[in-house]
Design a protein around this ligand. Sequence first.
Ligand code: SF4
Ligand code: SF4
Length: 123
Amino acid sequence: MIKEDGYPYAFDPSACAGCGGRCCTGESGNIFVSPDEIRALAGALSMEEADFRRTYLEKRGYKFSLKEKIVGMSHDCIFFDRETNGCGVYTARPLQCRTFPFWEYYKTRVDELKRECPGIVDV
Ligand code: SF4
Ligand code: SF4
């Protein structure tokens, strides 16, 4: 069980095995990446940064987000693999992914978070 100071919930990572990657799929959203993260992701895929940007990123306002792919009714992250239920860039995944479900946004929206993530546990 993982707890973070200041958060009114804990997270049980064992829930991920049976979840189907709900945090990487579903409604359309933004997965923002910083310049350092873009470099790391391109390196992990042995790609030139310019090629990586063209292939995997979309501009959203003044930031860049990972693209999505439509699978049925779902907007999957471009790197989500439905066969393995896993992230194709796991070791280089952005901070936004590493810190889920401990996002400031969810501190006051625990019910919304519980609907998305079955690993959320009351503390
Ligand atoms: S939604 Fe929660 S339980 Fe499911 S894969 Fe993401 S972190 Fe794991
Ligand atoms: S980069 Fe990986 S962990 Fe992050 S949303 Fe995409 S598939 Fe999920």
